[in-house]
Design a protein around this ligand. Structure first.
Ligand SMILES: *Cc1c(COP(=O)(O)O)cnc(C)c1O
Length: 391
């Protein structure tokens, strides 16, 4: 008999009851160091006092307004994102997939407005992840996500991540844009070379294409810059972000330059996107992320974690092949014969929460507020589990 809750996930038996900072507690009171953070969502940890206070204050005032009315918290968050990024304008959503979808619609309309409706195809990368809607599974192009949902939405061509020659060869008169994750998350924690991102900008300019980045996972401070593409010192046309932007409250955003922001009244919409509760929390998240020194802390503690993961890969080659990623978006590729999902469960029993990713990788996405002591605690648990696994 089918469970009342549609079984699209297969959670284990642990039931968490409360969260505090970088720790979660289950119903039996057992403590877990949370290096998954709800897949990079709880970017400031659980129940961050500044977020709790901001949400409490708003809950007593006003929860929801339709976007047919002005929403001051939303206007303020948009202005702050514009001031802090490449963007000139922002559309708020409830999720990452919707933020990507908004960008995909902008791409089509941009070329349609220019009198080139035949330019609608987007070049994306193999092993990409852009969400679970019909458009975003087509953009991701992964067979395991498309299986059973044919026909796949038309308009996406896929090339190897990081391969510029293959990308150039895939450009046709129908090509409208390039869509890339600066750090592939679900695909297995691959960080793009800044030089590759720079060249994507040049290729897009050369062929009149829009350059869109999916920073749903790697954006909002995760790599030690507000957006990961900033490491390449380039200006994209469109960036989708979500996950960390709401610190646990559902919120996403599609940021665009004035040139690419072609959506006007009636072209696009959302009922909940950017509502007062969500954008209040979004502003509170930004308060913290934009504080002096916060992003530098991510770089520093991310470097320490990366060094520790490298060391584990050296000490336990039977268990780990290599470390990957950037900032606090890191991974350990498991050795053949070691299943990342099994290891995730073993680590959970040992009190460390991590997330699996593609290519048999274990993913570390801790809250950005972790300290050196948390890094050491995680590395200690990993070393103990790896030593047992190797013996
Ligand atoms: C999680 C994710 C998405 C989808 O976000 P949802 O909020 O689940 O719709 C899209 N792109 C990337 C890179 C992601 O990591």
């Amino acid at each position: 008999m089918i469970p009342a809750l549609m079984p699209t996930y297969a959670p284990g038996d642990v039931v968490f009851e409360k969260g505090e900072g970088v720790y979660l507690y289950d119903v039996d009171g057992k403590r877990y160091l949370d290096f998954a953070a709800g897949i990079a969502v709880s970017s400031l940890g659980h129940c961050h006092p500044h977020l709790v206070a901001a949400l409490h204050a708003q809950v007593d005032k006003l929860w929801h307004l339709s976007n047919m009315y002005r929403i001051p918290t939303q206007e303020r968050l948009a202005q702050r994102l514009v001031d802090a990024s490449f963007a000139d304008s922002v559309f708020f959503t409830n999720s990452g997939a919707e933020a990507v979808e908004c960008g995909l619609k902008m791409i089509r309309k941009y070329h349609d407005d220019a009198g080139n409706p035949e330019k609608y195809r987007v070049i994306a990368c193999r092993n990409a992840f852009h969400g679970r809607t019909l458009a975003t599974i087509a953009a991701g192009g992964q067979e395991k996500h498309l299986q059973g949902f044919a026909p796949a939405m038309d308009g996406f061509d896929h090339v190897a991540f990081g391969n510029l020659n293959e990308l150039r060869a895939a450009i046709t008169p129908q090509t409208a844009a390039i869509l890339v994750e600066p750090v592939q998350g679900e695909g297995g924690l691959r960080a793009a070379d800044p030089e590759y991102l720079k060249r994507l900008r040049s290729v897009a300019d050369e062929f009149g294409l829009l350059l869109m980045f999916d920073e749903v996972q790697c954006g909002m401070g995760r790599t030690g810059k507000l957006f990961a593409h900033e490491w390449a010192d380039i200006r994209p046309d469109i960036v989708a972000t979500a996950k960390g932007i709401g610190g646990g409250f559902p919120l996403g955003a599609c940021l665009a330059t004035e040139k690419a922001a072609v959506l006007g009244v009636g072209n696009h919409g959302t009922t909940y996107g950017g509502n007062p509760l969500a954008t209040t929390v979004g502003n509170a998240v930004l308060d913290v992320i934009l504080e002096d020194g916060f992003l530098g802390h991510v770089v520093e503690v991310g470097g320490a974690l990366k060094a520790g993961l490298d060391d584990l890969a050296r000490r336990f080659p039977q268990v780990f092949v290599e470390s990957r990623g950037q900032g606090l978006m890191l991974g350990l590729k498991c050795a053949p014969g070691v299943e990342n999902r099994d290891l995730k469960k073993t680590l959970e029993d040992a009190g460390l929460l991590v997330a699996p990713a593609g290519e048999n990788v274990l993913r570390f996405l801790p809250p950005l507020i972790i300290e050196q002591a948390h890094v050491e605690e995680a590395l200690g648990i990993l070393a103990a589990v790896a030593a047992r696994q190797a013996s």
